[in-house]
Design a protein around this ligand. Structure first.
Ligand code: PMP
Length: 406
């Protein structure tokens, strides 16, 4: 990294920096001497409840929540748990189905649900991560089903055709939960028009604060609480509300709604430039996910003969922060393969784990610039060539040896 150069943050899929307006409203709420929103008997309590009401309207407006309500939670993990386990508690005859690329807050719940007797079904995907609509239809036509599908996959960037998925679910009386954590603010979402039953949002993925999220629940969908206590959030999420966090999340949703088109176009342009530049300049690079149906500003790939983790470290040394799908089993010599766990997402889309040693995700946000893309494009070929020089696998490849383990 050259002297005076700024770090480049290309890891917006894992978190975003709160917008100044968001920080401002959080500060104001924290210092406003507000009461407990449940204290309806005095003005400090009523003022706190009003802050939550305003934020609820802003969240509703971002996702078109006309036919339902917003429940505030501690984040997407909790929203996913409340949506899925809360629904299945209230609707015990339903089975549960999801594709294998979902977030661990869905996958690990499914393990527990299966133990408690819920029938759990897999929805197949293709090699780009797109849901197989025929498989979806077959699965949900057998029994009433709660379907959970993320709008966008954070690791490989692929986005789903939610209107088509939702229509199939409607025809078969399935209830659709859509995890919009990665998609919100970038993809057009209208929960009511799309017929979505349950919808997850997270504050910190939207230039809002961490530790706050939301769950949309359509009026005709019944769920049971997972925690027991007071009557906050309609009894679905008891405990005093995180009022400053909720205010921040509401403001983040307002900004996202106002700017969605310009952010999307801008990020699409940056993403295209990065994708094409990498394709032209980096040897042995394989993109992951769908080339068109993907999150704007999201570019993910793996490089044959090069470990993802090593690439991330060298990127970081060059002032570039990105993220990685956890390393697949490595064919680099000197590694204990038993310790390497393949990313469930890469495995599910059929990335060959015997040659892929970890993927990279560059996820740009609205504050990134074209100059930063240029710097990444200038850096990547250089560091990939350096890692290739050190790669025993590449050495073998050059000698024409058979290097596959599998
Ligand atoms: N769902 C998806 C699609 C995610 O990418 C994440 C991680 N940001 C989560 C759920 C969980 O989010 P959180 O850690 O904010 O609870």
């Amino acid at each position: 990294m050259k002297k005076g150069e700024q770090f480049i943050f290309f890891d917006n899929i894992n978190t975003t920096f709160p917008d100044p307006e968001v920080v401002d409203i959080i500060n104001k709420t924290l210092t406003a001497r507000l009461g407990n929103p449940s204290s309806h008997v005095h003005s400090a309590g009523i003022a706190a409840a009003a802050v939550i009401d305003t934020a609820r309207e802003k969240v509703s407006s971002l996702i078109g929540a006309g036919n339902g309500t917003i429940t505030f939670t501690s984040g997407a993990t909790e929203s996913n748990n409340l949506a899925i386990s809360g629904f299945l508690r209230a609707n015990s005859r339903f089975q549960f189905a999801f594709p294998p690329v979902e977030h661990f807050s869905v996958i690990n719940q499914a393990f527990e649900l299966r133990k408690s007797g819920v029938k759990v079904r897999n929805i197949e995907i293709d090699s780009t991560g797109i849901v197989d609509l025929n498989c979806l239809e077959r699965t949900i036509s057998e029994q009433r089903t709660l379907v959970s599908i993320a709008f966008a996959n954070p690791e490989i960037g692929t986005t789903q055709d939610m209107p088509a998925i939702s229509e199939i679910c409607r025809q078969h009386g399935a209830v659709l939960h859509c995890d919009c954590t990665a998609a919100a603010g970038l993809m057009e979402i209208n929960a009511s028009e799309m017929g979505i039953g349950l919808l997850t949002l997270s504050g910190h993925n939207l230039y809002g604060p961490a530790g706050v999220g939301a769950l949309f629940i359509a009026d005709d969908v019944k769920i049971a609480p997972l925690f027991f206590g007071g009557n906050q959030e309609g009894g679905l999420r008891p405990g005093m509300e995180n009022v400053p966090g909720i205010a921040g999340m509401g403001e983040a949703c307002r900004i996202a709604k106002d700017g969605i088109e310009s952010y999307r176009d801008y990020l699409r342009k940056l993403g295209r430039k990065l994708w094409d530049g990498l394709a032209d300049s980096v040897r042995f690079l394989h993109f992951t996910g769908h080339e068109e149906k993907r999150l704007p500003g999201h570019v993910s790939f793996w490089v044959e003969h090069v470990e993802g983790e090593s690439l991330l470290l060298l990127l970081n040394m060059n002032g570039i922060m990105a993220s990685s799908g956890s390393a697949c089993s490595s064919n680099l010599k000197g590694k204990d393969e038993s310790e390497l766990v393949a990313s469930h997402v890469l495995t599910a889309v059929g990335v060959p784990t015997y040659i892929c040693a970890g993927s990279i995700t560059f996820s740009m946000g609205k504050n990134n610039t074209e100059e930063e893309v240029d710097r990444v494009l200038e850096t990547m070929p250089r560091i990939v060539e350096r890692l290739l020089e050190m790669s025993p696998s590449y050495e073998d490849y050059k000698k024409g040896k058979e290097t596959h383990h599998g």
